[in-house]
Design a protein around this ligand. Structure first.
Ligand SMILES: [Zn+2]
Length: 247
């Protein structure tokens, strides 16, 4: 039976610690808690690493976080040779915050890129030093300098980033919200999470379950490292931190 883990990071992406109870250990040693601050790999964003601290102060290192039988079941995958906690045991959770914050900055940067390049998205992957978004673009008239300048305008404007829940009906009435060509947000649960940028979502809103920083200014300096041609109409944009290196 799949468990439904309460995903604390959906309401507050800035939680670095929390406590929780162990509810199950799966056949591969994966740890399931009743609630968690660990994001599980999905939507192009990698899962969190960190540790669970036991009452005696010893730590169980968590190497990865993934989803289980359903998207709502979050599994904490221990590093090799870690102790196994007891069902019912209380543990203190801590994520690798430095890595997570880089992922939150990068993930928000990917949203800005979809504002600057308003084309159907065919793929995306967030990582802490280099992220990519693939677009269906018929002509390749974008330069990385121009795209970088537009991205940095949005960063400097320091727009707020926030989430809002909408109904399936509201989404159906606004098909333009969905920018992904292949991936449709899950419907039928009654609520879809929109990630909005700007006052009253003036800059952007799109369905997303990931973690993002709370304002575009917090992304900091970024640039487009590369625009690669992937097939006739596909362009892959790579986002990196820091200023654009001198040519
Ligand atoms: Zn997102």
């Amino acid at each position: 039976m799949a468990h439904k883990t309460e995903a604390l990071f959906r309401d507050d992406a800035y939680l670095r610690t929390a406590d929780a109870t162990v509810v199950a250990i799966n056949e591969r040693g994966g740890i399931i808690l009743e609630r968690t601050i660990f994001y599980a790999t999905s939507g192009g964003q990698p899962g969190d690493s960190g540790y669970l601290e036991r009452a005696d102060g010893s730590r169980i290192a968590i190497a990865a976080t993934i989803t289980g039988e359903t998207k709502d079941e979050i599994i904490h995958v221990p590093a090799p040779e870690q102790a196994t906690p007891q069902i019912g045991e209380r543990v203190n959770l801590a994520i690798d915050w430095e890595r997570r914050h880089l992922l939150m900055r990068m993930h928000a940067a990917c949203h800005l890129l979809t504002v600057v390049c308003p084309f159907p998205i065919t793929g995306a992957a967030v990582s802490e030093d280099d992220s990519r978004v693939d677009f269906d673009i018929p002509d390749a008239s974008f330069s990385k300098e121009e795209v970088t300048a537009s991205l940095m305008d949005l960063v400097r404007a320091d727009h707020p980033i926030f989430t809002r829940l909408i109904s399936d009906e509201e989404l159906a009435a606004n098909p333009g919200l969905v920018k992904s060509k292949n991936v449709r947000p899950p419907v039928g649960t009654g609520k879809i999470r929109l990630v909005c940028i700007g006052e009253s979502a003036s800059v952007d809103s799109q369905p997303c379950g990931g973690t993002h920083v709370k304002s575009t200014g917090e992304i900091g300096e970024i640039h487009i490292g590369k625009i690669e041609k992937k097939g006739r109409e596909n362009r892959r944009f790579r986002i990196r931190f820091g200023p654009m290196p001198a040519a």
